[in-house]
Each structure stands twice: as C-alpha cells, then as structure tokens.
Write a protein of this length. Structure first.
Length: 636
C-alpha cells in the first residue's frame, strides 16, 4: 500500500526544498562556526572525531555534487579504493542536490570528488571511514552539535527538546534524526553493532557534523560484495531513492572460486528513483512502473504520459569479444524488486553464480572450493547482491541486453514491468576493467574458515515464527487510510518500530535458531537482518534444492494471495465472510487452503562479535520507514 508513502514523501520533499532554498539564500557555500560545540567532558570519548560545523549549502546545478550520467551513456565504472597495511582509511562527504524535476538526490563523494567509490578490504583489516554531512539542516538553528557518547550530558540553555538517555551514538537530541541527518549501515558486514561500527538505531550525524566509523573486519569474514547506505529511521527511503549508496568488497573470492581468477571485473549497481511528474499513476499489474531505474546512475526513465510504455534509451555495456567477465551486481534500490536476465536475441543466458549476498556459494563450511550455481534468472530484491561469470555475446547475436523482468509484487505492491536496463555491445580491444587476482592458495590448502563453518550441521537451539503484516488505520476508507506496517514475532503484540523500542527477541551467543518468516500482507516484502546471514532451508514449507540452499541477508517473500472482496480484504469466496471476522477454527481452515507465503532458515548467533542490539526489517525502505522493523538482542 503506497497511498500514505506518496503523501509523506511529497511533504518531506516540499519541506526539504523550502529549507534548502532558504538556507542557500542566506548562507555562503561554506560556513565555519567559531568552534565545535562539544562539551569538554565528552571530547575524548569514542565516536567524537574532530567535530566541525562546516555546512555545505545546496550546490548550484552547474556544479552539482551528485551529477548523474545522461540517458543512453556508456555505463561507467566506479572508482576503486583499496586498503593498505591492514587498514582502509577514507573520508566521505554526504551531499544533497535536486534533479530536473525538483526531486532530491543524494550522494557520497570521496576527497577527490568521486561519487560512490567502491571500498575494498581484506579479512582482518580495520575500516576507518569518516563521514561529513554537508546536507543543509532541515531546521536551521537547532542545537544539533552537542553530542552524547555516555552518561548524562550538559543540556544547553537553548535546548528545546529533552536530552536522550545514554545510548545515543552521535547527536544528543531525538529531533536531530530528521531527513537532513545521515548515518551508515554496512549492509551484510558481520561486525559489532556498537558505536562507531554498524549501529544504525542510535547513530545520527546531523547537518554539518563529522563522525568517525572505525571497526575491524573479522578474520573469518566471507569474501564478496557488500554495500553501504544511510539508515536513519524515517529518512532511509528518501536517501537511498536519491542515490546515496556505495559498494564494499572483501577481497579474496578467487580462493573459494578459482574460476574468477584473472577475469575482468565489472561492478553494476541497480538503483531506483522517483518517476517523472508526467507519468500516469501506476496501478497493480499495469504497465506504468512505480519507480524509474538506473544502472551505475545511468537512468532509464518512463517518458510516456499515457499507459503505453515508452522509456529513454538504456545505457551501454562494452565487452571484449570472446572474453568472459566477472560481474558483481547489487540492487541498491530503496523499494524496487529488480529481477533480471542477461538476454541474447531474447534468450536468457546461463550465468555461473559464485556468490550471493557477499558469501561464496557452496562453501559455507569452509572446507573446499565450491561449484558455481548456474541460473538464467536472478531474483534481486532491494539489498541483495549476486556475483557471477557471464560470457559476452557471440558474433551472430543481434541484440544483447540486461532485461528487467515483470515482478508480481501482489495486489497492494508496487508495479515493476519488464524494461531494458542496458544493451551489451562487443569490441575487439580490452575494456580496461581491473582484472581479478589469481588464487593465492595452493591447491592442497583449504580456504580460510568462514564464520558460518558448521552451521548446516549445527543443532537448533530455538524456533520462532515471525511475520510481516499490514493493517489499515481506517478499514472503512481503504483508498485514503494510512497503513500500519508491522514486523512482528508470533506471540508478541504488533508494534510499529520507533527509536528506542525494546527488543522483541533475546538470545545468547552460541545460539543457532530456526525462524519461519511469513508474509501476512497482500504485497511482497523483503526480509533483511543486520549483523548476520541466514541459511535458507525451505520456501513455502518445501525444502529448497541444493543450489538454493545458500546464505542470505535479503530474501523476497511474495504477497499473500487469498480471494479478496472489492475493497481488497481477504474473504471466503463462498460465504462472503471476511477472514478478519472468522472464528479461529475457520481461520485455520482458511489458511490451510490459502497459506501465508513463507521462508524457513537457520540463523547463526555463535560469534561473540555480534553481542548487542540490532534490527531486522523489510528492505523495501518505504515499509521500514513506516514501522516494519524490530529489534533483537544478543547477550554474552
């Protein structure tokens, strides 16, 4: 259900435009405050890193910090930044701009002005990532530069809101978590949820502030593709939809899958964006998409003012004739499920998948190199990554493309029709892509053990049932009523996520739990958990085949599809009785006939690194922003 989403988004955009316009009209491009406002008692505590109050005003359009390639461009490759001497040290600036339609765009730039650089490290490295938020404040003049790292802070006399209790990492005031705030989630990384690492629930970098992330990558981290993006609750969709994301790579996958050795490496990032203002409103199962899409920021935009589809020209990928490539593909969209195929003359090509969600396939026990998984269709919900080998088009191929497929997101879901995202051409010369290293381990030596070693055969310490659920606030007005989005645990009350909410699951280090995650809503949802991965066991109660028995941190669960009445409410088609009004026995019988879609998976809590609180949620960020998220706690 998106009726509320568009209302909220429009209000946020209008507010941001007004705020940014007023700020740009009264401020120079860079404003230096007399001094950082850090209480003396907090200056040396963790998380405080040379705080400044440098605030970048909205850049003029001629010098946009978030400039994007033109439609039909050759798909560019991001810049690669590598760790050195056991550390990755990088500074990122977070900017806001506006596109030709007045929609906000966001981006991360390195010190050389490269947008969304790819950050490389090795298992055992330390990542030091400093972030400066150069987005204008949504509410200029608020006391957003006083920090709380521990204990009870001194509250400035100008404060208009009460101080937060002592678990905040970064800004002191809850109102600082607004659409001009930022933080980073290191999606898929198996690192601590403590401050300065992957702590999204309590980290706020307000407009003008600088924050230091610093955390070690575990020595048993799987090599593969990860990514980073903002995760400020209530503003995550806005930032990611605007393009604020980048890729992270843990190097070494050639030691688990030697077949990628010495291949040209291409990184491809799918993103979504607000559709143009002249497009008709999308309808379920229609031809007008809910979102425009892009590949490495090269946009494919809906250009028709009718329901007859028309799109701008897709971007171009140039491959060397006869030379297979190693593609590392991420869906960094905020909301769009982007399933795709590589098609040559309309025929889906088999590709050799070597990793999913940053984990090499078929090697989770760390005892051997694994066989790739051969697929012709790659399901890619928001947040998911797939790494695979693809052969270039042969000399007799006339049309080669990356084709997005039509995705059925359910009665209340988004509309994602088929579109061509890129065309593929061949050339005689090399492409200039960086080459993968050769495997460095002798054939007789096993690759390093991964964190998931032995998970498949480990016993289960607990079982749980979780579910996605949507409830209209006013069922009598389904076309205008806001929707409550819930991520719930069976046996506990439904609750919308709010900052500071109590954990709904508590477990201990050493646990291996089996969760069944159901979708009780009439649209697709994407299950994501921070800090860990889960080993897929079954889909809709049926054990998955060996090729799909892999580790994930994102997975799509289709929408529930029972019979519905004219208002979209589940109903018994024979009697007309609403599901909500049935007796418990009748509901049980109904669900046997029309069961909730579900997955069953093993969740690995054995590593003490993850002690603390972290979240799980729907990775369709419009849903997460509106409450479809919950907290779990791992104790020592």
């Amino acid at each position: 259900m998106k009726s509320l989403n568009f209302t909220v988004r429009a209000a946020l955009v209008a507010t941001c435009l007004l705020s940014a316009a007023s700020w740009a009209a009264t401020s120079p491009a860079t404003v230096a405050a007399p001094s950082p406002s850090i209480p003396a008692s907090l200056a040396g505590l963790p998380g405080v890193s040379s705080q400044t109050t440098l605030i970048g005003a909205k850049a003029p359009r001629s010098g946009s910090p978030c400039a994007r390639p033109a439609t039909g461009s050759v798909i560019p490759q991001p810049v690669h930044i590598y760790s050195s001497a056991g550390a990755l040290n990088v500074h990122l600036d977070y900017y806001e701009d506006f596109d030709a339609n007045g929609n906000p765009t966001f981006c991360f730039l390195d010190v050389n002005g490269n947008q969304a650089p790819i950050l490389h490290g090795k298992p055992g490295d330390t990542f030091n990532i400093e972030v400066t938020n150069r987005v204008p404040p949504l509410f200029p003049g608020t006391p957003s530069d006083t920090l709380l790292q521990a204990g009870t802070p001194t509250v400035p006399a100008t404060a208009t809101q009460p101080a937060v209790a002592g678990n905040q990492c970064g800004e002191q005031y809850q109102f600082a978590m607004d659409p001009s705030s930022v933080n980073l989630h290191f999606h898929g990384f198996l690192v601590t949820p403590r401050c300065q690492s992957d702590n999204v629930a309590h980290t706020v970098i307000a407009a003008g502030d600088t924050f230091q992330y610093s955390f070690p990558i575990p020595a048993n981290e799987p090599p593969g593709l990860y990514w980073f993006h903002p995760h400020v609750h209530g503003g995550g969709e806005q930032s990611v939809l605007g393009g604020a994301s980048g890729e992270l790579i843990i190097d070494g996958i050639e030691n688990f899958h030697p077949e990628v050795s010495n291949l040209p490496q291409r990184v491809l990032v799918f993103r979504d964006a607000l559709i143009g203002p002249n497009a008709p409103a999308p309808v379920p199962y229609g031809t007008v998409p809910t979102w425009d899409v892009s590949l490495n920021y090269v946009p494919v935009q809906y250009t028709s003012s009718s329901t007859t589809p028309a799109y701008t020209a897709p971007g171009v990928i140039n491959m060397q004739a006869g030379q297979p490539e190693f593609w590392r593909v991420a869906n960094a969209a905020a909301d769009a499920i982007l399933d795709f195929q590589v098609q040559y003359d309309g025929v889906a090509q088999p590709v050799s998948i070597v990793a999913l969600d940053g984990v090499p396939v078929n090697v989770e026990n760390g005892v051997k190199t694994g066989a790739p998984v051969i697929k012709t269709t790659i399901a890619l919900p928001p947040g998911q990554r797939a790494e695979f080998i693809v052969a270039p088009p042969g000399p007799n191929v006339n049309v080669a493309v990356i084709q997005l497929l039509n995705v059925d997101e359910g009665l209340f879901g988004d509309t994602n029709p088929s579109r061509t995202l890129a065309t593929i051409a061949t050339q005689r010369t090399a492409t200039g892509l960086p080459l993968m290293p050769n495997a460095t381990l002798p054939a007789s030596r096993k690759p390093w053990k991964q964190r998931f070693d032995g998970l498949d055969g480990n016993g289960i310490t607990a079982t749980r049932t979780l579910y996605f659920k949507e409830v209209l606030q006013d069922p009598t007005n389904p076309n205008t009523s806001p929707t409550n989005f819930y991520m719930s645990v069976d046996g506990t009350p439904d609750a919308l996520y709010t900052p500071g909410i109590a954990p709904v699951i508590t477990t201990k280090v050493g646990a291996v739990e089996e969760w069944t995650v159901q979708n009780r809503a009439l649209e697709a949802h994407v299950f994501h958990i921070h800090q860990i991965h889960y080993l897929l066991q079954a889909v809709n109660g049926v054990a998955v085949p060996a090729d799909d028995h892999q580790l994930h941190d994102d997975y799509t669960i289709p929408g529930w599809a029972p019979p519905v009445n004219a208002g979209g409410s589940p109903v018994d088609p024979t009697t007309g009785v609403l599901f909500a009004n049935m007796t418990a026995a009748k509901q049980t019988a109904y669900l046997k006939k029309y069961p909730y879609p579900s997955i069953k998976a093993k969740f690995d809590f054995r590593d003490p690194t993850i002690v603390g609180d972290f979240v799980f949620h729907c990775h369709i960020l419009a849903h997460e922003d509106q409450g479809m998220m919950a907290v779990m706690r791992v104790t020592p």
